[in-house]
Design a protein around this ligand. Structure first.
Ligand code: HPA
Length: 278
């Protein structure tokens, strides 16, 4: 059997043996959203370290576990901490958690992250609804023998971010007086931040924000037929857009500062997903 699939099935078995819970919505919590679990009626937790073969993050602030519970009536699984390609994991490990959450039963995937703002309208703390992505600077996670049990060899990518979910998030932002920009998110591998010339290039290509995650997860989830949505927290202006050098601490601080607004948007949107789940 395909090794990547075999590993996934092993992780799924491990989950099944420890947790009896079927989520409808899977949420990947990006930088600054570590406290989001407090808004959930938690039923159980599963540290990544207890899942054999599961990739465990090395980034400070990304320590990892799955959290299972309810947001209002919606059964959710939260990923508190994700792994990034720049940590040295094979790309198939980076997207394994997204695949696993679909196997747990989640039909909807809500992706969040922190990003550098390229769009001149953005400032540190802006929130951006992801309408589309640019993936070609990161390895495609579907490279290798296709796992036919998960999806087709050449998946369509023209509607990765579900229009219905986008409408819910947009309306929720409006109702709660939260400014929500919209745009295209580009994933680069990192871990170095971009150079000013790279940011100019990305701007020319039509990117509004740049980061080091999310797109590969969206590709893998789309391959499996999940409904996907994403919101990015612009934690800083991208390189060259102001004179100060970028630091990881600055990214985390800004993401923490915007967290209450981001958490509200996330929670209130997910409540409304109840009508979209089966
Ligand atoms: N570039 C890439 N990734 C990021 C940035 C950035 O400026 N900010 C937060 N994640």
């Amino acid at each position: 059997m395909n090794e990547v699939y075999e590993k996934l099935l092993k992780c799924y078995d491990c989950f099944k043996n420890k947790i009896d819970f079927k989520p409808d919505v899977a949420v990947v919590l990006g930088s600054g959203l570590g406290n989001f679990a407090k808004t959930v009626d938690v039923v159980s937790e599963l540290p990544y370290s207890e899942i054999e073969g599961f990739p465990v993050s090395t980034v400070p602030g990304h320590a990892g576990k799955f959290i299972f519970g309810y947001i209002d009536k919606v059964p959710v699984v939260l990923m508190q901490g994700r792994v990034h390609y720049y940590e040295g994991y094979p790309i198939t490990d980076v997207i394994l958690p997204a695949r696993l959450m679909k196997m747990m039963g989640a039909e909807i995937l809500f992706l969040t992250n922190a990003s550098g703002g390229i769009d001149p309208r953005f400032h540190a703390g802006s929130l951006m609804l992801i309408k589309d992505h640019i993936s070609c600077f990161a390895p495609n996670p579907l490279i290798g023998p296709n796992i036919d049990e998960l999806g087709t060899r050449f998946p369509d990518m023209s509607h990765v971010y579900d229009e219905g979910l986008q409408d819910v998030i947009r309306n929720t932002a409006k109702e709660n007086d939260i400014e929500l920009f919209e745009g295209v998110y580009a994933q680069l591998t990192g871990p170095s931040f971009e150079s000013p010339a790279e940011i100019k290039m990305l701007q020319t290509l039509g990117a509004n924000a740049v980061g080091m995650s999310t797109v590969v997860e969206a590709i893998a989830a789309n391959h499996m037929g999940m409904k996907i949505c994403g919101v990015s927290c612009v934690s800083n202006l991208a390189a060259g857009m102001n004179s100060a050098p970028l630091t990881h601490e600055e990214v985390q601080e800004a993401a923490n500062a915007v967290a209450p607004k981001f958490e509200l948007l996330l929670k209130e949107s997910i409540k409304k997903f109840v009508n979209l789940c089966r």
